[in-house]
Design a protein around this ligand. Structure first.
Ligand code: SF4
Ligand code: SF4
Length: 354
């Protein structure tokens, strides 16, 4: 059956396009069977409230919400109809920060970051700063979306970019169900092209990692077992190799929240996140070592807080005023969506956290 093409919540003028409405829902606004414990109280049990940053390691920069795909679960609510993209002026402010940061990792994300017209210029400039690990989160299909992107594997190689790509499953059915018809075949082709220039091969310094996230209202399985399954299937079926698989929990925000509510899974999913709460995961949640920068230069504790428009609790709130010492001395803003980061083995943009 052909999957109807989704539109972003913004395009549909859904009430969930408003971050306030999402936060209201997350604060038990529509919970019918009693109240879920507050995340704040949970982490207080182990002395983690207020949640504080540790050493800054990762600068994550969102180059815009425009994307060639409209995946079901997208926490960014990205899509072709989103027009918010980072300007060169904001990129220049980011470059100043990149040159001086103590962070060892730069992580470019979106949307599809490659769709920003200044993407290549920004990568060229940022790579001169000699950051240890320079990540681009590529959705793979963008490499096959249009001729102008066909040379991306070579471009990534030239700048020694670390490619991290979503690949919800090694079967066509599950991947296309979540990400749209034809996504699997294009992703396979893109992975083969990345392999062809040296990405993902054993011993290669050109790192290629994949991201798995569940296609429904359930938590991811064991990351290392899934990595073995993905490696075996992709090698046998398509002669594709990659380095690591990151298993990520879907956080109950934006389109995944919309899906949970529409499918009447919201309460069960929230309950399963709370039941799987793992105090050991709190120590290393992503916001403790990351600053997230939005397309318009605002600063957030993480990508999820960015989508909920929860700016950092600091005097410094915008990249133009960036001050790493002041930012490191802040309390992290948390809410009920944070249960997604502490369920089971925990979850971050780099997979499990325990
Ligand atoms: S999940 Fe990624 S590829 Fe899919 S719509 Fe969102 S940003 Fe685009
Ligand atoms: S959602 Fe963000 S703020 Fe909350 S625990 Fe996860 S990384 Fe931290």
């Amino acid at each position: 059956m052909t999957k109807l093409k989704l539109q972003s919540l913004h395009k549909r003028e859904s009430e969930l396009a408003q971050s306030n409405r999402q936060l209201e829902i997350l604060s038990n606004g529509i919970f019918k069977s009693g109240e879920l414990p507050k995340f704040k109280d949970k982490i207080a049990e182990t002395g983690h409230f207020p949640l504080r940053p540790k050493k800054l390691e990762i600068l994550q920069i969102n180059l815009g919400y425009m994307c060639n795909q409209v995946c079901d679960h997208c926490h960014v609510d990205a899509g072709p109809d989103r027009k918010e993209i980072m300007t060169r002026e904001t990129m220049m402010q980011c470059l100043e920060v990149i040159k001086n940061t103590g962070a060892h990792t730069l992580d470019l994300t979106g949307g599809a970051p490659e769709m920003n017209p200044d993407f290549r210029w920004f990568v060229e400039e940022a790579s001169k700063a000699g950051i240890e690990d320079f990540i681009v989160r590529s959705n793979l299909t963008i490499i096959r979306a249009n001729k102008k992107y066909y040379d991306l594997p070579d471009f990534f190689k030239k700048h020694n970019v670390h490619v991290i790509s979503s690949m919800p499953h090694y079967t066509r059915g599950k991947t296309d169900k979540q990400r749209g018809d034809g996504v699997f075949d294009k992703s396979i082709k893109a992975l083969q092209e990345l392999n062809a220039v040296g990405y993902g091969l054993p011993g290669s310094s050109l790192r290629l990692d994949l991201v798995y996230n569940p296609s429904g209202a359930f938590l991811p399985g064991d990351q290392s077992a899934m990595e073995k399954d993905f490696k075996k299937a992709l090698k046998e079926d398509f002669d594709i190799q990659f380095h690591s698989l990151f298993a990520i929990t879907n956080l109950p925000i934006a389109r995944f929240l919309d899906f949970l509510i529409a499918s009447e899974n919201y309460e069960d999913y929230m309950t399963s996140l709370v039941d799987a709460y793992n105090p050991a995961a709190v120590e290393n949640v992503m916001c403790t070592n990351t600053i997230s920068i939005s397309w318009d230069g605002w600063l957030y504790d993480c990508d999820f807080n960015q989508m909920l428009e929860l700016k950092v609790d600091s005097k410094v709130k915008h990249i133009k005023d960036y001050n790493e010492d002041l930012l490191n001395d802040r309390n992290i803003i948390i809410s009920q969506h944070c249960y997604g980061c502490t369920a089971g083995a925990g979850s971050s943009c780099q997979g499990i956290v325990t």
